[in-house]
Design a protein around this ligand. Structure first.
Ligand code: AFP
Length: 340
């Protein structure tokens, strides 16, 4: 009998137990973060259940509205946004909320306020909903500077100031990946228990990967470093094997695979979108935070992604993230371009 494996199966480390253990390492902690996280987890469980039932419950299709980015909102986007906003406010631990779906930030009324600011994309990859491909929720958390006076500047901080970040992937299984700044841990939802159980402790991204992930349909508009990098992935000149291409078109799925298998995910700037497509506060920052915590890197083409200081809540940025050595290569190509 394999006792170690048996212990793993019977001593269940739920996400709440995991965060409480972490909390006990900080004697001054009052459990506010644990409460906030429980509300985020509840939102994710709700969305997971809604995504699983979407086809049956006729949630697939348009809600008839257009969001801030000018995209048509799906019923599931609208539903997920409402669930998260309500769950975050009712936690009593938040003061400023930024959602991909809402043009303005939400300031929580004083009686329900707490010290955390949460930026989130309630349902990322929504163009994949109708065909049942993996989608996800992404979130990043800052601490407010002055609890009595929350301001928009509290969410316009560089990503390196985040106190936690994570995502939940609604895929072949439902996975919650979290970092509170001391590594990255992954939890899988056991649907029979309704609990996220620690299944991927201390995730470390391989130092170099064999996969690149990019929307190559945009290649004609790329800048020279991106073009050279992708060319090198396909036709390496140093004797290395060519990399494989994998692209889902849901950031959560593409980043999750990159985190576990290694490699690089790119959403570069191009002639049509000089700032790229992905949003800084609730896509670029949380994923960059997780990558760095797992031993990888995240780069915008100009600087470390987490050093960026956003000026607007829905700002976009190019992003290259993944295995340490792969990001070094793209950084070198941008540095060489600068020298010209
Ligand atoms: P949607 O939510 O419109 O499907 O966009 C998803 C996303 O924001 C991100 O999850 C993907 O990585 C990226 O856009 C895909 O963009 P392209 O369709 O331009 O490749």
């Amino acid at each position: 009998m394999d006792h170690a494996r048996d212990a793993h199966r019977t001593d269940l480390m739920t996400i709440t137990r995991f965060v409480l253990n972490e909390q006990s390492k900080h004697p001054a902690s009052r459990g506010d973060f644990t409460i906030l996280l429980n509300h985020i987890v509840l939102g994710c469980k709700f969305v997971c259940s809604a995504v699983n039932k979407a086809g049956l419950a006729k949630l697939i299709g348009l809600a008839g509205d257009t969001n801030v980015q000018g995209e048509e909102q799906k019923k599931l986007d609208v539903l997920s946004n409402e669930v998260f906003i309500k769950a975050l406010i009712s936690s009593g631990r938040t003061c400023v909320l930024v959602s991909e779906e809402d043009e303005e930030a939400t300031f929580v009324e004083p009686s329900r306020r707490g010290k955390y600011c949460v930026m989130f994309d309630p349902l990322d990859g929504s163009s994949n909903i109708d065909c049942g491909v993996s989608i996800g929720t992404i979130f990043g958390i800052y601490m407010v500077k002055d609890e009595g006076k929350p301001k928009i500047d509290d969410v316009l901080q560089p990503g390196k100031n985040m106190v936690a970040a994570g995502y939940c992937m609604y895929g072949s299984s439902c996975m919650f990946v979290l970092s509170t700044g001391t590594g990255v841990n992954g939890f899988t939802l056991d649907p029979s228990l309704g609990e996220f159980i620690l299944t991927h402790p201390n995730i470390k991204i391989p130092k170099k990967g064999k996969i690149y992930s990019v929307n190559e349909g945009n290649a004609k508009n790329w800048d020279s470093p991106t073009t050279k990098y992708v060319e090198k992935c396909k036709f390496p000149t140093d004797g290395a094997p060519a990399k494989s291409l994998r692209y889902v078109g849901s950031m959560v799925a593409d980043v999750h695979r990159t985190l576990l298998y290694g490699g690089i995910f790119l959403y570069p700037a191009d002639k049509k979108s000089p700032n790229g497509k992905l949003r800084v506060l609730y896509e670029v920052f949380p994923m960059s935070f997780l990558m760095e915590q797992a031993g990888g890197q995240a780069f915008t083409g100009k600087q470390r992604a987490l050093d960026l200081v956003p000026k607007k809540i829905h700002e976009r940025s190019p992003i290259f993230l993944g295995s340490y050595d792969d990001i070094e290569e793209i950084k070198a190509l941008y540095a060489a371009e600068e020298q010209k």
